[in-house]
Structures are given as structure tokens and as C-alpha cells.
Design a protein around this ligand. Structure first.
Ligand SMILES: NC(=O)c1ccc[n+]([C@@H]2O[C@H](COP(=O)([O-])OP(=O)(O)OC[C@H]3O[C@@H](n4cnc5c(N)ncnc54)[C@H](O)[C@@H]3O)[C@@H](O)[C@H]2O)c1
Ligand SMILES: [Zn+2]
Length: 410
């Protein structure tokens, strides 16, 4: 496929929710708003087949989960946690002081984190959302997750992060609970974290009622290779994306058609042995690769679709990457596969998908800060800028504004 038709196919496939989907999720939200815990109870029975007396997870249950995982797993979580902390500290915004202007940051007071449960456990998502919030200095963190089994690694990861407020509830109802508050789940200032379609729709609908990080939907990757690509490694990189979700998207791009053919052939051979082959098969479409005739075409394609993950495994990677403006995260070279980013590189794996990287960014420590300016003008500065301000105030016919400015010049 050429680049123009690739882009138009991508744009045509962009997920836009229909009215009926919104209607269903709005109904859930409304029910939680009016009936609180009772609605959570009903939806958890309906969608998760769980009848719960209470949603709050006991502190002791978190500790039990920690005790139940292997020492190797414990060490892995702790090592990754330190790695994430180190990275997030290094990019945290700091106050600026320019005398008459200061710009100051403060951590959010109370946040909600959605950790997906449903079909899999995501201890990695715990670390990738909670650790940046802790580095920011957020004091109160409330975690919702449809994780119902005892002694699980998600709870162990929460224990390692020192989180005490955990609620067993998922889907749109969990987002609504954090947005409005119920008898058990408190109302928070901002909700972060990835989730499925219903979670994403609820976040969209509740933005404004509560802060929302971004819309992180089904995962995407664009991999650009040259003729020296390590074929089996590229196939696994594609599978790693595709196995997340039948709606995940993988794009394989090269200037060299023969390497694409070789990768595609190998992909067919290797697919049979993949444990999640049916999800992979559903998500890798026939038209997921494209041949570009120049690197400029590649770069404009990347900047147009702002893929969640861009992996450049090509001899000109540095030059190409300097020209990428919009992407969730960029992975440079053979030793920076996307899978290392999912777990251990440091930056959060919670990233914008479906072109929203053109206006938003991956979750990071600064998403848990709010900021404001402090204005402390000296008389001389005031006198320098008051006349233009008065002119505009007069033109806007806001007389009290004009007088407030003018009285200080008399
Ligand atoms: N971008 C990232 O960083 C990242 C990381 C981890 C996971 N994910 C994504 O998170 C998602 C996890 O999805 P999941 O479904 O396994 O877990 P989930 O926790 O997001 O959703 C499960 C919940 O959905 C609700 N639900 C299920 N069917 C419903 C229906 N018909 N109507 C209303 N609500 C319904 C249920 O209440 C259930 O608790 C995947 O798409 C995965 O790719 C993304
Ligand atoms: Zn992944």
C-alpha cells in the first residue's frame, strides 16, 4: 500500500463511538451518581459475575498478596519501581522565579487510578500510573480495579507502592464512582489510567466533572525497518503489540519491499506457535504494512497518525527521530524494543492512542501537578504597561477596569 492510501485507511478506521455506545455508558454513569454503592453492586454482578459485600480491599489482603508472590517477582517489581522513580524525578517540573513573575507547582490532592483487570492482571500498569503520582507528591491515591482473585500480583504491586485505598470495581461504573463519589469510593480531583472501551467512554463523558489524563485506547505500533532488520525480533515486536487486544494495530513500514516480504513470511510461520495466536490473528490485518519511497514520506506519515509507539530499527534512526514531532513514545534501535518500555525502561506505558498523540502526551509526573503564576509587579513595570491596558479597557467599555488601572497612575 502506498502512503496516501495508508493514511486515508487509517483515518477512515479511526474509532469514533456511536450514539448508542454513549447512551449505554451514560446510563451507567447516571445510575452510579444517583444510587452509589448499590449501582456498583448491581453492575459488578452483571458485568463481572461477582456479588460483593464490600468493594474496599482489606489492608491485610494487600499484604497477603505481597507475601504470596515469589521473591523474584517482588524484586522485579521493586527494581522496576526504582527505575520509574528515577526517570520521573528527572523530568519533574520545578518552580520558576523571575522576580515579578513566579510560576509554582503543587501536587494534586486526591486522585483516582484505574488499573485494568477484566481479562488479565496488570501489575505493570500499577507501577506506570501510581509511581509518577507518588513522585509528584500526591498524598491520597484511590485505586479501582476489577481484580477479584485473592493473593494476586496487582495487589502486591499496590502494596509495594504503599497504596492502602483499593476498591474492587471496574468498567465505566468505577470511573463514575471516582468522579461523583459513592458511600465507599471517594470523589477525586483527577482520574488516570488505561482501560477498555467502556472505561475510555466514561472518561470522555466525565471530563470536566473530574480531571482526566487522556484517552488511552487499544494499543498501536509503527515499526520502521531497513533490509538488515533482525527478522524474528521484528516478528515478535509485532506480535507483542497484537497480542494485547483484537483491536490493537500494528504497522510495518520500510523502503525495502523484500524485507517486508521476508518478515511477513516468517510471521505466518511463527504465528502458529503463539499462545495468543487468535488475538494476534484478529489484530494483524493483511494491510498492516506499507512501502514508503522516502524517509520524508515516512516522517509525514508518523506525524499524521502520531502512533502510540514508534519503533525505528534502521541505520538512519537518529536522523529520522529528530524529525518526529507527534508520537506517544519513540523507541530507538534494536535494544529499545517496545516491550522493554511496557515494563522497565522508565517512561510510563500509558500513552495516547488513535491519533490523540497530536494533542496529548504519555502519562508522567507532571500530570499530577497543577500550577499557577504569582504576579508581583514593581511600580516601574506597572507604569510601563498600564497605558496599553487602559486603552483596551476603554475599548471594551469596562469602566471599573479602567478606573482600577487609572487610579494607580494618578
Ligand atoms: N495503554 C496502556 O497503557 C494499557 C495498559 C494495560 C492495559 N491496556 C488496555 O486496557 C484494556 C483492558 O481491558 P479489559 O477489558 O481486560 O479490562 P478493564 O478493566 O479495562 O475492563 C473490564 C471491565 O469492563 C466492564 N465491562 C465488560 N463488559 C462490559 C459491557 N458489555 N458493558 C459495560 N461494561 C462492561 C466490566 O465491568 C469489567 O470490570 C485493554 O484494551 C488493554 O489493551 C492498556
Ligand atoms: Zn505492550
Amino acid at each position: 500500500m502506498n502512503v496516501a492510501s495508508f493514511i486515508s485507511t487509517f483515518d477512515a478506521q479511526r474509532g469514533s463511538a456511536g450514539f448508542d455506545d454513549y447512551k449505554d455508558v451514560m446510563e451507567i454513569i447516571e445510575h452510579v451518581r444517583s444510587d452509589g454503592d448499590r449501582a456498583l453492586h448491581d453492575y459488578t454482578a452483571q458485568f463481572d459475575n461477582q456479588t460483593l459485600d464490600t468493594f474496599k480491599v482489606d489492608k491485610a489482603a494487600l499484604k497477603d498478596s505481597y507475601d504470596a508472590i515469589s521473591s523474584e517477582e517482588r524484586e522485579a517489581l521493586e527494581t522496576i519501581k526504582r527505575r520509574i522513580e528515577h526517570y520521573q524525578k528527572s523530568i519533574k517540573y520545578t518552580d520558576m522565579d523571575h522576580g515579578e513573575f513566579r510560576y509554582v507547582y503543587h501536587p494534586l490532592e486526591k486522585i483516582g487510578v484505574y488499573v485494568p483487570g477484566g481479562t488479565a492482571l496488570y501489575p505493570s500498569s500499577v507501577l506506570m500510573t501510581v509511581v509518577p503520582a507518588l513522585v509528584a507528591g500526591v498524598k491520597e491515591i484511590h485505586v479501582v480495579t476489577p481484580t477479584f482473585e485473592e493473593n494476586n500480583i496487582t495487589f502486591a504491586a499496590l502494596y509495594i507502592c504503599g497504596i492502602e485505598n483499593v476498591y474492587k470495581v471496574g468498567g465505566a461504573q468505577a470511573i463514575a464512582a471516582l468522579a461523583y463519589g459513592t458511600q465507599t469510593v471517594p470523589k477525586v480531583d483527577k482520574i488516570v489510567g488505561p482501560g477498555n472501551y467502556y472505561v475510555a467512554l466514561a472518561k470522555r463523558l466525565l471530563f470536566g466533572e473530574v480531571g482526566i489524563d487522556m484517552i488511552a485506547g487499544p494499543s498501536e505500533i509503527l515499526i520502521y525497518v531497513d533490509q538488515d532488520a533482525h527478522i524474528d525480533a521484528i516478528v515478535y515486536d509485532l506480535f507483542a503489540q497484537a497480542e494485547h487486544d483484537a483491536n490493537a494495530r500494528t504497522f510495518l513500514i520500510s523502503e525495502d519491499e523484500s524485507i517486508i516480504k521476508k518478515i511477513e513470511e516468517r510471521l505466518e510461520q511463527m504465528l502458529a506457535n503463539q499462545p495468543r495466536s487468535s488475538i494476534i490473528r484478529a489484530s494483524i490485518k493483511d494491510n498492516h504494512y506499507a512501502v514508503v519511497d522516502s524517509q520524508e514520506a515516512l516522517i509525514s506519515m508518523i506525524n499524521h497518525i502520531a502512533p502510540e509507539h514508534v519503533s525505528i530499527q534502521h541505520r538512519d534512526a537518529d536522523r529520522i527521530i529528530r524529525n518526529i514531532k507527534y508520537a506517544g513514545a519513540v523507541f530507538n534501535g534494536y535494544y529499545s524494543p517496545e516491550a522493554i518500555g511496557d515494563y522497565a525502561a522508565g517512561p510510563s506505558h500509558v500513552l495516547p492512542t488513535d491519533k490523540t498523540g497530536r494533542f496529548s502526551h504519555g502519562l508522567n509526573v507532571n500530570d499530577f501537578l497543577t500550577s499557577h503564576a504569582v504576579i508581583s509587579l514593581e511600580k516601574t513595570t506597572y507604569e510601563d504597561i498600564v497605558e496599553p491596558a487602559k486603552t483596551i479597557a476603554r475599548r471594551e467599555q469596562l469602566d471599573a477596569h479602567y478606573q482600577s488601572l487609572n487610579i494607580r497612575t494618578e
